[in-house]
Ligand binder design. Structure first.
Ligand SMILES: [Zn+2]
Length: 102
């Protein structure tokens, strides 16, 4: 286990970010499937409150490695940091204009 983990977790930052994004996506795909099964089994409809309750009570640990906020949209779980499964490039918010680095 130790050796596999060492190989699977690259040390350098850029690879680490890609690894986190991949991990987030894998977790979200699994979560979406579990959540939809949960809705069927419990015979309830999706709502944001149900989804939040589900994510707290049914998921072990963080789904997103960087703590992105999760939403269930059109059958998939979206991450506020990593987007949805199509992984379109999210537009950068104008954070840079607020705090100039001099
Ligand atoms: Zn994420």
């Amino acid at each position: 286990m130790g050796i596999l983990a060492a190989i699977a977790v690259p040390v350098y930052g850029h690879f680490m970010e890609e690894y986190k994004e991949d991990l987030c996506e894998v977790n979200r795909v699994g979560m979406a499937r579990l959540y939809q099964e949960f809705l069927i089994v419990e015979q309830i409809d999706h709502s944001s409150a149900v989804f939040v309750e589900f994510s707290h009570s049914r998921m072990d640990g963080e789904v997103c490695p960087v703590g992105g906020e999760l939403n269930f949209v059109d059958g998939t779980v979206e991450c506020s940091v990593h987007g949805d499964n199509d992984s379109e490039d999210e537009e950068e918010e104008n954070k840079d204009s607020e705090v100039p680095f001099l």
